[in-house]
Design a protein around this ligand. Structure first.
Ligand SMILES: [Zn+2]
Length: 407
């Protein structure tokens, strides 16, 4: 089936076309060939041999994107009792769950795992056939245990001295491997998934301003964007000065810092479940970012235990949470944005078009636009706004092929 038409009572395109009632898409060879009202498409473009898939009263929206995850390195051993031999099976089970929840693209962070280290290229190869578009960020990481531990994506499963993190050859190798501005550098040490009392150094600032400036300039000299794991006004101040392209988390960012981030055209990946030493992004923070015209994505940072202050369905989300809960994680923020007067397309952009921009792949996917990959989901309402429960996603298409179907 290289060409077909799919129609539904509502298309939320997350493009300049906005929402199209009684809309249709023509898909050819995995690409969106046409988008419009069913009336227009029927009159002008339908050929007699075209197959029509009619989703009736359902909603068609772009595939969801989680641009900050740790699914391949840390999640397998956190969620399954696997060994090096079975790690990949667990990773694929985790990816399948994400796909079944409407996720068609991911931004994976590869930090150098102390548990089960796998070379980044090997990891990439092992999932390249999986029907989710996965972009990889190569990072270093500093974990705020009693004794600070540092790792990098290129130095294997043994920890390294802090001075290794700033060696130009190391930074250059990490940058060369890097595919998008992920949490490439941890300005603040992370609590990771450890209990509070085990990570007294979580939040500690690891770098000097000069060191950060140098790391950023090395990435930029190689024509690579760079992001940072950061929280708290002091760390965010350093990130703004060093000219990072993307702030991940940015928990506790001030209104004044939001304004400056906007002027510097810095994107922000909010992580409502947690992920740093501080309480996660408030709804107020994210509203201000949107009002300041910042490109904001909402991500799971999964798999993660939700912070006690998360505003996201604290009762529903228990245990370790990942991208299969992205709609529930984003829901309160998306709702707040519509209450500011923005429409459902703007709200949905937090988990579709904006993360596609973070991944630097917005020309490939992220909206229902002519020429983009046919990555879309069919659901019982607008994802993340009217629908937070994965069971209400009825179909998931990746590059034009139906990968998930629920009755
Ligand atoms: Zn992370």
């Amino acid at each position: 089936m290289s060409r077909y038409i799919v129609k539904a009572s509502k298309l939320v395109t997350v493009s300049e076309l906005g929402t199209i009632l009684d809309g249709a898409l023509i898909i050819q060879d995995g690409i969106i060939l046409n988008v419009g009202t069913w009336g227009d498409i029927k009159q002008n473009v339908v050929e007699t041999e075209d197959t029509l898939i009619d989703y009736g009263g359902l909603v068609i929206a772009p595939g969801l994107i989680d641009c900050h995850t740790h699914l391949l390195e840390f999640a397998p051993t956190s969620l399954y009792p696997v060994t090096k031999q079975t790690q990949l099976l667990a990773a694929k089970a985790i990816l399948l769950k994400a796909l079944a929840s409407g996720i068609t693209a991911l931004g994976e962070q590869i930090c150098g795992s102390p548990m089960l280290y796998t070379d980044v290229d090997e990891l990439k190869k092992s999932v390249e056939d999986f029907p989710i578009d996965i972009s990889f960020a190569s990072t270093s990481i500093s974990i705020g245990l009693e004794t600070l531990l540092h790792f990098t994506s290129i130095t294997g499963s043994l920890c390294v001295e802090k001075n290794v993190l700033v060696q130009p050859e190391i930074v250059r190798s990490i940058a060369k491997q890097n595919e998008f501005a992920g949490e490439n550098v941890f300005i603040n040490a992370t609590p990771a998934n450890f209990a509070k009392e085990l990570v007294p150094n979580a939040g500690k600032i690891i770098y000097s301003q000069e060191e950060l400036n140098t790391i950023v300039s090395i990435f930029h000299s190689l024509n690579k964007k760079i992001g940072t794991h950061v929280a708290g006004s002091e760390g965010i101040e350093m990130a703004l000065q060093a000219n990072f392209d993307v702030l991940h988390h940015a928990h506790g960012i001030s209104s004044e810092q939001i304004e400056r981030a906007s002027k510097q055209n810095i994107h922000i990946v909010a992580t409502p479940l947690g992920g740093t030493h501080l309480p996660p992004n408030t709804i107020e923070e994210v509203k201000k970012m949107i009002q300041a015209n910042i490109t904001v994505a909402i991500s799971s940072d999964g798999y993660l235990p939700p912070h006690e202050n998360t505003v996201t369905f604290p009762k529903i989300l228990q245990g370790l949470i990942g991208p299969d809960s992205l709609m529930a994680i984003a829901h309160p923020y998306m709702k707040a944005i519509t209450q500011l007067g923005y429409d459902e397309n703007k709200a949905l952009s937090l988990i579709t078009l904006n993360p596609a921009k973070i991944l630097e792949k917005e020309s490939l996917f992220g909206s229902l636009s002519v020429g983009k990959e046919a990555n879309f989901i069919v659901s019982e309402g607008v994802p993340g706004l009217e629908v937070v429960d994965t069971d209400r996603i009825k179909a998931v298409y990746f590059r034009g092929e139906k990968m998930i179907e629920r009755s």
